[in-house]
Design a protein around this ligand. Structure first.
Ligand code: SAM
Length: 234
C-alpha cells in the first residue's frame, strides 16, 4: 500500500518536472493519508497553477471536462459566474482560455483566500465574492457554471478525502441534490436572456437534474458528468 502511494507521488513529481525523491516528511504524510496533491501543494491543469495551501477541494480531472464544455457557450464579452468556486480552478481556467468577465464566489473563508492567491499567481483578473450561494450576487450573467457539493450524505468516502478535504465541499444533503435545488430555483434571476447554466453532476444526481430538462453529457469514463440548460428568460 505505502509502496503504491510512493509510486504515485513519484509519478506526480515526474509529471511536474520536480525532483523524483521522497523525503521522510513525505513518507510520514503518506502514512497519515495526505492526498498526493496536498503533499506537492498544487495541481496544474491546462496551464493554470492551482495552489492548495488552504482547506479547499482538490480540483478533479472530471471538472476540467465541465470547464472545457463551457467554453462553447461564451466569448470574451461574456459575463461568467463560477459559483462554489473552491480553489478557483473553473473560473480561472475560463479566464485564461477566454478572456471573459469572470466572477468567482464561495461561502468558505479558505476558498476565498485560496481563489485570491490563485488569481494572483496566475495573473488573472477576476472578481471574487464571499457569498452563501446567491446571497451576495447582484448581477446577471451569460453563463453560470458550478461544481457544488453533490455527494449524498450516506456515501462512504476514503480516509484521505474525509481527513484532508472540507466536508462542506463534498456533501449535498440526504440525496446530494440540496445545492442543485437552490441553483436551479434561482438561476433565472441571475442569468441574462438565453443565459446558460452548466452543472457538474454524478450518477447520483442524474435523475434529479434531468427532471428539470437539462441536456446531459458523459465524461471520458462514460459517466454522467455535465448538465447544460439554456434559460430563455427576459
Ligand atoms: C465540490 S467543491 C467544488 C470546488 C471547485 N468548484 C472545484 O471544482 O474544484 C464545492 C464548493 O462549494 C462551496 N460551498 C459549500 N456550501 C456553499 C454555500 N452555501 N454557498 C457557496 N458555496 C458553498 C464549498 O466551500 C466548496 O468550495
Amino acid at each position: 500500500m505505502l509502496n503504491n502511494l510512493i509510486e504515485t507521488l513519484l509519478l506526480e513529481k515526474r509529471k511536474y518536472g520536480l525532483k523524483e525523491k521522497i523525503s521522510n516528511k513525505e513518507i510520514k504524510m503518506l502514512k497519515k493519508d495526505f492526498p498526493i496533491q496536498k503533499i506537492i501543494g498544487f495541481v496544474n491543469f491546462d496551464d493554470v497553477y492551482i495552489n492548495l495551501k488552504y482547506n479547499v477541494l482538490i480540483p478533479r480531472y472530471e471538472t476540467e471536462e465541465v470547464m472545457l464544455e463551457s467554453l462553447k457557450y461564451i466569448n470574451s464579452n461574456s459575463k461568467v459566474l463560477d459559483l462554489c468556486t473552491g480553489s478557483g480552478y473553473i473560473g480561472l481556467s475560463i479566464k485564461k482560455k477566454i478572456n471573459a468577465n469572470v466572477t468567482l464566489s464561495d461561502i468558505s473563508k479558505d476558498s476565498i483566500k485560496q481563489a485570491k492567491k490563485n488569481s494572483k499567481i496566475n495573473k488573472l483578473k477576476v472578481k471574487i465574492i464571499k457569498s452563501n450561494m446567491f446571497e451576495n450576487i447582484n448581477e446577471k450573467y451569460d453563463l453560470i457554471i458550478s461544481n457544488p457539493p453533490y455527494i449524498p450524505n450516506h456515501i462512504k468516502l476514503s480516509k484521505s478525502i474525509l481527513k484532508f478535504e472540507p466536508s462542506n465541499a463534498l456533501f449535498g444533503g440526504k440525496d446530494g441534490n440540496n445545492f442543485y435545488k437552490i441553483i436551479i430555483q434561482n438561476a433565472s434571476k441571475y442569468l441574462k436572456k438565453n443565459g446558460i447554466l452548466i452543472l457538474e453532476i454524478s450518477k447520483d444526481n442524474l435523475e434529479y437534474v434531468k427532471s428539470f430538462g437539462f441536456k446531459i453529457k458523459n465524461d471520458i469514463n462514460n459517466k454522467p458528468r455535465i448538465a447544460i440548460k439554456k434559460f430563455n428568460v427576459l
